[in-house]
Write a protein that binds this ligand. Sequence first.
Ligand code: SF4
Ligand SMILES: [Zn+2]
Length: 132
Amino acid sequence: MRGGMVEAESKKVPKELKAWEKERKLIPVMIKKYCHGKHGTKGEDLCEECKALTVYALFRLEKCPFKVNKKFCSFCKIHCYKPDMRGKIKDVMKWAGPRMIFTHPVFAFKHVFQTISYKRKLKKEVKAKSNV
Ligand code: SF4
Ligand SMILES: [Zn+2]
C-alpha cells in the first residue's frame, strides 16, 4: 500500500523537476554513506557535522534557481554554497560518488557523463579564449 502511495507521489513530480527531485533524495543518502564510512556512524545516525551539512544542502536545493532540468551542483556557475560547506560537500561527492555505482548506478553514471561533458566544455572555452 505504502509503495503504491510513494509511486503515486513521485509521479506527481513534473518531468523537468525529476533530476532536482532525485538529487534531493540522494544527497542525504550520499552524506549518510560518507558519515558511516569516514566518521564511523551507523544506521540512521549522523555526526553533528554531517547533520548540519544535510540540512544545509537540502536548504540550498530548495532555494536553487536552476531546479528545471537541473545539472549537478558541481557544474554550477554561481555555486551558492558558502566556502566551508562547499569544501565539505565536495569531499562527500568525491568519496561517496564512486560508491553509488553499486546502489544507484543510473545516478552514478549520469554524474560521470555530466563530468566528462562539463570538462570538454571547459576545455573548449579555454581554447576559444586563448585564440582571441
Ligand atoms: S550550487 Fe547551483 S545548482 Fe546547486 S543548489 Fe546552488 S544554485 Fe542550485
Ligand atoms: Zn559525519
